[in-house]
Structures are given as C-alpha cells and as structure tokens.
Design a protein around this ligand. Structure first.
Ligand code: HEC
Ligand code: HEC
Ligand code: HEC
Ligand code: HEC
Ligand code: HEC
Length: 317
C-alpha cells in the first residue's frame, strides 16, 4: 500500500497539470487560521499558544487602543501582509486571528505561501523565500527591538532565539497527505518570550556604584515598542558597620531606563563602606501579571575581597 502511494507521488510530482487538480482554491483567498490547521495541526497548536495569536484579543490591547478606536494602533496587531522592514497595513477580515498564518505566509503578488523551505505542496502553491530566516522579517512591527538588535552587531537572528529549532518533523498531520512528504526542519511557532539566565547578567561594584550589564541578550532588557515590560532590581547593601540598606530600581522601555546590550547600567548605592551587595533581579512581561525571578546574585566589595577577610579560600593571613 505505502509503496504504491509513493509511486503515485512520484508520478504526480512530474505532472503539473495533474497537480493543479489538488489545489484547494479557498487557501489562496485568505482563509481563517483554523483552516491551516486541517493540515498543519502541530504548527497551529504552537501558534495558538503564542502572543501573536493574542495580539488582537488581548485585554490590555483592547483597553489601550480604546476598544479598537485608535486606528494607528491596529495594523501591527492584525496585519494584512508581512514584508521585511515594512510596517503592515490593517487587514479587513478575521481580525481576531491577530498576527496570523496567512498574514505572515501568504503573498498577494505570487498568490502562494512563502516560507523558508523548498516544498511540494499540491493544495497550495509554495515558494522558498529566504527573507523568512532573517531578522528584518520581524522589523516592520518590532521596530525598536530591531534597531537595538542591529546596534548590538550580533549575527544571531531573532528567529534563532524566538523560533527555536525543533529538529526534523512533519509539516502536515493530515492523512494520507503526510505519507507523501518527508519530515523537514521545523521551528517553534510558540514564539517564546524567553527569560534571561543568571549568566546573561554581570555585576561590578566600584566606588559605591553597582554596574549591571546585560552581557548576552542582543537587545535592551526589557525591550518593547508599545508594551510595558519591566525589570525590577532589588539590591540589599551590607555595610562594614553592620547596617543594611535596600535600593530598588525599576527599569522599563517606556522610562528609557534599560539594560542596553553590553552597556553597564550604574546603580548608585548609599554612602558607607560596603562589605557585600545581594541583588535580586525579576522581570514582568507586558501581558503577564506575575513577576518571574531571573536570579539572585552576591557581589562582594572588591576592596573587601582584597582585604582577605573572605570566608572562602581560607589561605594564610
Ligand atoms: C505584523 C507584526 C508582527 C510581526 C511581523 C512580528 N511580530 Fe512578534 N509580536 C507582534 C505583536 C503585536 C506582539 C504582541 C502581542 C500581544 O502580546 O498582544 C508580538 C509579540 C511577540 C513576542 C512576545 C513578546 C512578549 O512580550 O512576551 C515575541 C517573542 C515575538 N513577537 C517575536 C517575533 C519574531 C521573532 C518575529 C519575526 C520572526 C515577529 N515577532 C514578527 C507583532 C509582530
Ligand atoms: C509598529 C507596530 C505596532 C503598532 C503600530 C502598535 N503596536 Fe502594540 N505591539 C507591537 C509589538 C511588536 C508588540 C510586542 C512587544 C513590544 O514591542 O511591546 C506590541 C505589544 C503591545 C502591548 C503589550 C502586549 C499586550 O497585549 O498586553 C500593548 C498593550 C500594545 N502593544 C498596545 C498598542 C497600542 C495602544 C497601540 C497604539 C497606540 C499599538 N500597540 C500600536 C507592535 C505595534
Ligand atoms: C490540504 C492540506 C494543506 C492545508 C489546508 C494547508 N497547507 Fe500548507 N502545506 C501543505 C503541504 C502538503 C505542504 C508541503 C509539506 C512538506 O513538504 O512536507 C505545505 C507547506 C506549507 C508551507 C511551507 C512553505 C515553504 O516554502 O517553506 C507554508 C508556509 C504553508 N504550507 C502555509 C500554509 C498556510 C498559511 C495555510 C492556511 C492558509 C496552509 N498552509 C494550509 C498542505 C496544506
Ligand atoms: C509572525 C509571523 C509568522 C506567523 C504568525 C506564522 N509563521 Fe510560519 N514561519 C514564520 C517564519 C519566520 C518561519 C521561518 C522560521 C525559520 O526557519 O527560522 C516560518 C516557518 C514556517 C513553516 C516551515 C517549517 C518551520 O517550522 O520552519 C511552515 C510550514 C509554517 N511556517 C506554517 C505556518 C502556519 C500554518 C502558521 C499558523 C498556524 C504560521 N506558520 C504562522 C513566520 C510566521
Ligand atoms: C541571543 C538570543 C536572542 C536574540 C537573537 C533575540 N532575543 Fe529577544 N529575548 C531574548 C531573551 C533571553 C529574552 C527574555 C528577556 C527577559 O528575561 O525578559 C528576550 C525577550 C524578548 C521580548 C520580550 C520583551 C522582554 O523584554 O522580555 C521581545 C519582544 C523580543 N525579545 C523580541 C526580539 C526580536 C524582535 C529580536 C530580533 C530583532 C530578538 N528578540 C532577538 C533573547 C534573544
């Protein structure tokens, strides 16, 4: 049975006229995202967990766009077509799909699905398009983050971190179609927000100033165009004389106080001879109520460390 299907597939692959028999016309007429689920079930499930799916229906967006009456807010949250570097225009249909499959993949110019792969896709024409693996695909909407990213000079793309590689998997789950296709490289359509790791941050204490550096994330921390994600820094300062003081700092894109990539952020600490600073760093994403802990850090005073009173090491005094 299966070898017969494969033989049939080879015959059909060579025959363009027959191929057009398999076209499902409505796929080229900008259907709802759930239509893509008929075949791309796994990708659809991932995307439904992403913020792109929530972009239009988000409660916060509804409030801040004054119930969708602020027209300038709408295009990026329900785009018609995504092109690299271009701010999109507002879509007419199915706005509740937010940043949808069709918006990101269907091109009016070629009436086909563009994507990173070369595929044989009888139900709809497809076109390999390397724009999909470059950061400027995201730039028309994530405008500020893209500028920060470009300044960082990194070669890692947005996709390499926010659409992580899932290995080779089937693109389609529909029977019997998947029998005709080999598995292909897949990237996560959950578009995870990710979270900084403790080792992404570095600290240095000098003259009662604590310098905090975002060492490894190639855009601001936090980063945003419109949302209001936050970073909370809580430093407990232990002085030689036994006193303890707490310094709190709130960083946000809107206040323009952020940890830019590899630019030390100075946090001034109250006067006195410092023994140690213990820092907790938390973040809050724009769309979430809870904060998440990024890490807890202990930074000894450099003069203190030189003084040899450190509890570690225990060398001769
Ligand atoms: C058409 C505009 C548009 C394009 C193109 C776009 N995004 Fe988004 N993205 C949004 C919007 C709008 C949101 C916020 C949705 C919400 O939370 O309401 C968002 C949210 C996100 C988030 C979650 C951020 C958070 O606060 O948790 C990530 C991560 C993300 N996008 C990554 C990407 C990547 C990577 C690309 C390129 C492959 C991309 N986006 C392309 C509009 C876009
Ligand atoms: C140029 C594209 C663009 C435009 C225009 C735009 N947004 Fe967004 N919006 C984004 C992107 C991208 C995100 C995801 C993270 C970020 O950069 O803030 C986002 C995230 C958000 C969020 C946080 C996520 C959430 O659902 O809570 C809110 C709220 C929001 N936008 C409201 C607005 C409002 C209000 C306007 C109009 C004043 C607007 N946006 C216009 C691209 C845009
Ligand atoms: C009737 C089944 C079917 C439906 C429905 C369907 N597709 Fe596909 N699609 C395919 C097949 C088959 C392939 C090729 C699979 C392979 O090569 O493994 C494909 C491949 C793709 C690719 C990869 C293109 C590339 O060059 O990288 C994209 C993008 C895509 N489809 C988008 C969509 C979108 C968006 C929808 C909803 C509007 C959709 N598809 C609905 C069958 C379908
Ligand atoms: C924000 C834009 C965006 C949205 C929304 C989106 N995609 Fe994609 N898609 C991409 C990008 C970018 C890639 C290439 C990722 C890479 O190769 O690094 C991709 C890759 C693909 C591929 C090739 C296989 C893979 O996993 O890389 C298929 C098939 C596909 N998308 C289908 C869909 C379907 C179906 C939906 C809706 C359920 C969807 N996409 C929603 C941007 C998007
Ligand atoms: C080297 C990996 C990496 C690359 C490349 C990268 N990011 Fe991020 N990004 C992260 C991490 C880690 C976080 C989580 C930060 C945190 O703890 O909140 C993040 C967070 C975000 C957020 C959520 C807001 C926030 O401040 O937490 C958005 C939106 C975002 N990135 C968009 C992008 C876009 C757009 C690009 C490309 C221009 C990109 N990122 C490139 C790692 C990366």
């Amino acid at each position: 049975m299966i070898p017969l299907i494969i033989l049939l597939a080879f015959l059909l692959a060579g025959c363009e006229k027959l191929e057009s028999v398999f076209i499902e016309e409505d796929l080229l007429q900008r259907p709802q995202a759930k239509r893509c689920m008929d075949c791309h079930a796994d990708i659809y499930e991932e995307w439904k967990e992403s913020r792109h799916y929530h972009a239009w229906t988000s409660e916060q967006f509804k409030i801040e766009s004054e119930n969708y009456s602020k027209l300038k807010c709408l295009p990026c949250h329900a785009p018609h077509q995504v092109d690299p570097d271009k701010k999109p225009v507002l879509r007419a249909e199915f706005k509740a799909d937010g940043v949808s499959c069709v918006a990101c993949h269907f091109k009016e110019e070629t009436k086909s699905m563009h994507g990173p792969l070369k595929v044989w896709s009888p139900p709809h024409p497809s076109k390999k398009d390397l724009a999909y693996v470059r950061s400027n695909f995201c730039a028309g909407c994530h405008q500020e983050t893209f500028k920060e990213w470009r300044r960082s000079g990194t070669i890692k793309t947005c996709q390499s971190c926010h659409m992580p590689d899932l290995g080779k998997k089937d693109l389609i789950q529909k029977f019997p179609y998947y029998l005709f296709h080999l598995s292909k490289p897949r990237s996560s359509h959950r578009f995870p927000s990710l979270k900084a790791k403790p080792e992404d941050l570095r600290f240095e204490l000098k003259d009662n100033v604590l310098y905090i550096t975002n060492y490894r994330i190639p855009h601001n921390l936090p980063t945003a165009d419109q949302g209001d994600p936050r970073l909370y820094i809580i430093a407990r300062v232990y002085y030689r004389n036994g006193k303890v003081r707490t310094v709190r700092k709130l960083l946000s894109a809107q206040s323009k106080q952020v940890l830019a990539f590899r630019e030390p952020f100075p946090l001034k600490l109250p006067k006195g001879e410092i023994e140690e600073v213990r820092v907790r760093v938390l973040r809050k994403l724009a769309w979430k109520k809870e904060k998440d802990l990024i890490g807890e850090f202990r930074i000894p005073s450099p003069s203190h460390a030189r003084g040899g009173q450190s509890t570690q090491g225990g060398g001769p005094q």
